[in-house]
Write a protein that binds this ligand. Sequence first.
Ligand SMILES: NCc1[nH]cc(CCC(=O)O)c1CC(=O)O
Ligand SMILES: [Mg+2]
Length: 333
Amino acid sequence: MSNRSYPFTRMRRMRADDFSRRLMRENTLSVDDLIYPVFILDGTQQREEVSSMPGVERLSIDLLVEQAESWVALGIPALALFPVVDSAHKSLLAEYAYDPEGLIQRATRALKARFPQLGIVTDVALDPYTTHGQDGIIDEKGYVINDITNEVLVKQALSHADAGADIVAPSDMMDGRIGDIRVALEDTGHHNVRIMSYAAKYASSFYGPFRDAVGTAGNLGSGNKYTYQMDPANSDEALHEVEMDLNEGADMVMVKPGMPYLDVIRRVKDNFGVPTFAYQVSGEYAMLQAAAANGWLDLDSVMIESLVAFKRAGANGILTYFAVRAAELLKNQ
Ligand SMILES: NCc1[nH]cc(CCC(=O)O)c1CC(=O)O
Ligand SMILES: [Mg+2]
């Protein structure tokens, strides 16, 4: 007989029964892994669907607080807040981003007042607040000016922290903003406000439906974010980005988008062993929803499979528009 291990080893033996499949399962998904991104409208009693994201609703603060009751009851640890900013509040210098009475600042205060134990993650980036939809302040040629943008991002992050945000999450990809924000938070006594850095954020076309949801698609027009977001062809560069953000004081790092970038998550986790998050972005959500709507995929099972895949790749948690549905499924399993 050859030196083959079969039939002494039969990989199928452990798969033969549910109990042994459970015993050898390497990764599990729980509600503790889920962060739910939400879109916030101004006004009261406002509720709007997002056509490219079936099942996602943009809500005014009062309705958001009402709905959050059930999300908290499901055990979802944290929400990530994204504003739908009225065009009257958009400007070249993005002043509304750090207005203490701005939409995110008010939403954060309302949610923390009602649910002190619910983690609130705020997005630090200027794209909802600029007339051109870029994530920073631009020069006469349209180039996003790094260091001037950082000054505004610091003001924005501090205003979020003052409003009660637990985690500020810079998603802009300027160089050096993590260090600038960390120093400012320390100087103002916000020692425990955590920074989740969108450290390896790619210039991705999978963000399309998000730009519809927050209403920046029109402002950005045919523009792109290639001069600050990463080239999808790179992954060594992602490690360099992550290393810099950790050195500047990031508590958590993120890879974004999610599913097409699982290899990057694995490299980040293996190299640094720090809390690593993935963002299953709007386009990934839209793809699965669209296929399910056509009867081509079973939504609940592909949703859970995709989320387990993030855990297998090394993610400690996932920002996902499926958070509520997944939490319901995990509760009933
Ligand atoms: N700072 C903007 C921001 N923050 C989160 C997303 C995308 C999230 C998603 O697609 O679900 C984007 C879009 C962009 O960079 O243009
Ligand atoms: Mg960077």
